[in-house]
Design a protein around this ligand. Structure first.
Ligand code: COA
Length: 191
């Protein structure tokens, strides 16, 4: 809380409206579409979403979802206790017409794993919303947020065989440094 009692927003605040989908901070108002979005992954990894330890069936409960939202927002704040091996992360939801269509996480720093494989930014788009340019736009919208967080350049990685993510990174100006452990490692300027 700030001195005037207002809830402290995570660093990298605000909505980042662009041509189509925008990035929004986690919010309880997205409960229904968040659940629909997460369910569409059908157990597949939701890159950039966080909250992996929560069961979807538990998150149907509004109280549990409220706790998830609070937890995700807290992970962006300095001083929050994090799981071992985790760094601070700004979690954002890719939203179109007030409907969650994907997830994006900006890790504030790189540990050894993130430097070699994970990178600063992870993202995923729900299957029914793919191939419509949302990942490319979301990554584009995330770059000024990363800059606001003092990250420049950002490291973004993808599996060697992930054509969609590779194209997403390259269309955002990613410069390939190398491939490590099957991950293509790209740097993108934010300034
Ligand atoms: C990778 C992913 C995020 C792409 O999302 P998306 O919204 O469909 O991507 P976009 O529509 O913005 O497409 C971006 C570019 O990738 C291309 N692309 C997208 N999916 C593709 C695919 N399966 N095969 C080949 N190219 C693909 C698009 O043609 C576009 O390139 P273009 O602008 O040159 O036409 C999505 O498939 C996904 O969530 N996958 C599972 C999670 C994941 O892999 N996350 C990335 C981890 S590094």
């Amino acid at each position: 809380m700030t001195s005037d009692g207002a809830a402290q927003e995570p660093r990298g605040t605000g909505r980042y409206d662009r041509r189509m989908a925008s990035l929004a901070h986690p919010d309880e108002k997205f409960h229904v579409s968040w659940l629909e979005c997460a369910a569409e992954f059908d157990g597949a990894r939701r890159d950039g979403a966080g909250g992996e330890e929560w069961l979807l069936e538990d998150l149907r409960d509004p109280g549990a979802f409220r706790r998830l939202v609070a937890e995700l927002k807290a992970q962006a704040l300095p001083g929050t206790a994090l799981k071992p091996g985790y760094v601070s992360c700004t979690h954002l939801w890719i939203v179109e017409d007030e409907t969650v269509i994907g997830f994006l996480g900006i890790r504030h720093e790189l540990n050894d794993f993130l430097l070699n494989e994970g990178g600063h930014i992870g993202y995923s788009v729900r299957p029914s919303a793919r191939r419509r340019g949302h990942a490319g736009q979301a990554l584009k919208n995330a770059l000024p947020v990363a800059r606001e967080l003092g990250i420049s350049p950002v490291l973004v990685t993808c599996d060697e065989d992930n054509a969609g993510s590779r194209a997403t990174i390259e269309k955002n100006g990613g410069i390939l440094e190398d491939i490590r452990h099957g991950k293509r490692r790209y740097w993108i300027a934010t300034a």
